[in-house]
Write a new protein. Structure first.
Length: 220
């Protein structure tokens, strides 16, 4: 899942991004509202962590423009102001949730997970496809109750495919949602990661869980 952190306090932005990357999310950072709008135009984010007070274009306006163009992207608003009117106007402009600064990082993570669940088909905290089970909270994967050890990237690929089970996902789409802007790689690397992931799944008994649709992508 790919997340855009929009926050002008650089230390805070970097800390949030680092924490989210540790959880396996692909994360980009925008330090002002205009940069956020530019990045949203180029990349398809699953979620935006959006500070309210931003230079150039404020968070409310970013939120409004995101909602005008996409109803799918989740928005978690950050605000130093705790007045009820800010929260109400944020939610009215299409934010999915808000968090008042200062906050505890585990709470931000929990809200991010809740919004991403809302965006997907399933509201269950655990993802299941037949006997394959993925727990985004603990970052663990099981087949028939046996744990499969995955790298962060393999986990992120499998999570994306499971959230989109039954639909063909192209290599470009995987690149877009599983890697961030810093990743300098080609679709060849996607193939390598998927190949390694498949080898582990096959070895654990989840044989042929991921199918290749020639010329189009992968389907779980
Ligand atoms: Ca700010």
């Amino acid at each position: 899942m790919r997340i855009l952190v929009t926050e002008d306090e650089k230390d805070l932005a970097d800390a949030i991004a680092k924490g989210l990357r540790n959880q396996g999310y692909a994360v980009d950072i925008a330090y002002d509202g205009q940069q956020a709008l530019d990045m949203i135009e180029i990349s398809d984010y699953d979620l935006i962590v959006l500070d309210l007070n931003l230079p150039l274009v404020d968070g409310m306006e970013v939120c409004r423009q995101v909602r005008e163009s996409s109803s799918r992207t989740g928005i978690l608003m950050l605000t130093a102001r705790s007045s009820p009117s800010d929260r109400v106007s944020g939610l009215d402009r299409g934010a999915d949730d808000y968090l008042t600064k200062p906050f505890h990082f585990p709470e931000l993570l929990a809200r991010v997970r809740a919004i991403l669940r809302r965006e997907g088909e399933s509201r269950d905290t655990i993802l299941r496809t037949r006997d394959l089970v993925l727990d985004p909270n603990s970052q663990r994967c099981y087949f028939n109750d046996d744990e499969i050890k995955l790298t962060t990237k393999e986990f992120a690929i499998l999570e994306y495919l499971m959230r989109n089970a039954g639909r063909i996902v192209s290599q470009e789409e995987l690149l877009e949602h599983v890697w961030d802007d810093d990743a300098n790689l080609f679709t060849h690397s996607v193939r390598v990661h998927v190949m390694n992931l498949r080898r582990k799944l096959d070895g654990s008994g989840a044989v042929d869980a991921i199918s290749t649709v020639k010329g189009r992508g992968y389907i779980l």
